[in-house]
Ligand binder design. Structure first.
Ligand SMILES: CCCCC/C=C\C/C=C\C/C=C/C(=O)SCCNC(=O)CCNC(=O)[C@H](O)C(C)(C)COP(=O)(O)OP(=O)(O)OC[C@H]1O[C@@H](n2cnc3c(N)ncnc32)[C@H](O)[C@@H]1OP(=O)(O)O
Length: 243
């Protein structure tokens, strides 16, 4: 799957819906045993959740948007397929969550590309299931420090922390992703799938059990004037940085 929503592959309601439907179709296709996720937008894997979806909208819209974010994660993290992220650009916040939800992460070895859960820098808090996914990849201590600081890690540091599994030159990224996919597909599906479920079930079940409460929390949080102000200021900062 190649993300192609310029300029930055931000995860809008429309993008998330299309991504989830795409994953569902592949999941139901018995001929498809694995998926490599990458980007067709130069230098950006995904800029994370579309901030405009969280600014100045109705309570109903926030609820619909958050359900779509949850749905995407439940499908990807809970997928029976082998999932490989070929991270060919920067990948903050929700973009990082997509990579973290895959079975294996390969990143282009460009120190200008960074990845991490930087929510704290926006004045918002990564939800518990973003945090759980992060902890399952890098461990509690690294996740705690990185989350509190809202760190975006340049590719070499991300590899040192275990946030990505390996770095390769950008031109070799897809070749390497295909080789990794072949290695994982060489195992019998049932054994690999049951093992994956065993490793991920508790974290998936936690969101499933608290899904409606999580939506309510998101709506309450994002509707606060202080949070709206932080998000507006962050968007202004992005625009100013450009000019
Ligand atoms: C206690 C209870 C808790 C309950 C839970 C509550 C809340 C949690 C909620 C949510 C979790 C949030 C997750 C997220 O994913 S938030 C998004 C975080 N993303 C970022 O911080 C990335 C911001 N973007 C960048 O850093 C850069 O754009 C880039 C990706 C590095 C690319 O840089 P580049 O220089 O190539 O591009 P520009 O910066 O010029 O951007 C082009 C264009 O796109 C707009 N844009 C960028 N990112 C976003 C985005 N995420 N959403 C919307 N729009 C974005 C940018 O403003 C430019 O727009 P313009 O109109 O100026 O062209």
């Amino acid at each position: 799957m190649k993300f192609k929503s310029p300029p930055v592959n931000s995860l809008s309601l429309e993008f998330l819906t299309e991504f989830s439907i795409g994953l569902e179709k592949l999941e139901n296709n018995r001929a498809c045993r694995g998926v490599i996720i990458t980007s067709a937008v130069p230098k950006i894997f995904s800029s994370g959740l579309d901030i405009t979806e969280m600014c100045g909208k109705s309570v109903e819209h926030y609820g619909e948007f958050w359900r779509a974010v949850q749905e995407m994660w439940l499908r990807l993290y809970g997928s029976n397929m082998v999932t490989v992220a070929a991270v060919n650009g920067s990948s903050p916040a929700g973009g990082c969550l997509i990579a973290l939800s895959c079975d294996y992460r390969i990143m282009a070895e460009n120190p200008k590309f960074s990845i991490g859960l930087n929510e704290a820098q926006l004045g918002i808090v990564a939800p518990f299931w973003f945090k759980d996914t992060f902890v399952n990849v890098v461990g509690h201590r690294i996740a705690e420090r990185s989350l509190q600081l809202g760190s975006l890690h340049p590719a070499p540091e991300a590899q040192r922390l275990g946030l990505v599994d390996e770095l390769v030159p950008e031109e070799k990224l897809m070749e390497k992703a295909a080789a990794v996919m072949a290695q994982w597909l060489a195992l019998p599906d049932h054994a690999r799938q049951l093992t994956k479920t065993m490793m991920r079930k508790a974290v998936l079940d936690r969101l499933v059990a608290h899904r409606e409460e999580d939506i309510k929390n998101f709506i309450t949080f994002v509707s606060k004037e202080s949070i709206q102000k932080s998000l507006r200021m962050y968007m202004e900062m992005l625009k100013k940085r450009k000019s």
